[in-house]
Design a protein around this ligand. Structure first.
Ligand code: CUA
Length: 155
């Protein structure tokens, strides 16, 4: 088979680009250890209620105005659904799903994670301003998706 010189060059450029992308991808995945923000903590999604820390939901003080907020999500709500925290509180959200994939977003903050059954998702936020904050599900999870929310009151 005879290939034109330009055709050969073009094929080599295409092949080199492909190899370059695979190298970049591999370096990111293996050398830099990129992984989901949950750090891959796992849980049996059928036994969430019996498994720590989800056998004790709610706000737990861990330090000076620092808290762990342990929550579950399931169609179509979060539990607990109404949470009060003091102003300035540094809250680590520890969340899992009991059924399907849900979202966990607090608008106008950096909190925006996916909640997957079988995984424990964590994200930390400091509530510097008093007010009422909404936690929303932003992954379509079924017929009641738009109702899925919880409230954090900071005061
Ligand atoms: Cu949960 Cu949408």
């Amino acid at each position: 088979m005879h290939l034109h010189r330009f055709e050969k060059i073009w094929l080599m450029v295409g092949g080199a680009t492909l190899v370059l992308f695979l190298i970049v991808l591999s370096v990111n995945a293996y050398a830099m250890g990129m992984m989901p923000p949950s750090h891959m903590k796992m849980i049996d999604p059928k036994k969430v209620d019996e498994t720590a820390p989800f056998d004790n939901l709610g706000l737990h003080k861990t330090g000076d105005n620092e808290y762990d907020l342990v929550m579950t999500s399931f169609i179509f709500t979060f539990q607990p659904n109404q949470i009060e925290v003091p102003v300035g509180a540094k809250v680590k959200f520890v969340v899992t799903s009991k059924d399907v994939v849900h979202g966990f977003e607090i608008p106008k903050t950096n909190v925006n994670i996916m909640v997957l059954p079988g995984h424990i998702s964590e994200v930390t936020h400091t509530f510097d301003k008093p007010g009422t904050y909404l936690i929303l599900c932003n992954e379509y999870c079924g017929a009641g998706h738009q109702l899925m929310a919880a409230t954090i009151v900071v005061k």
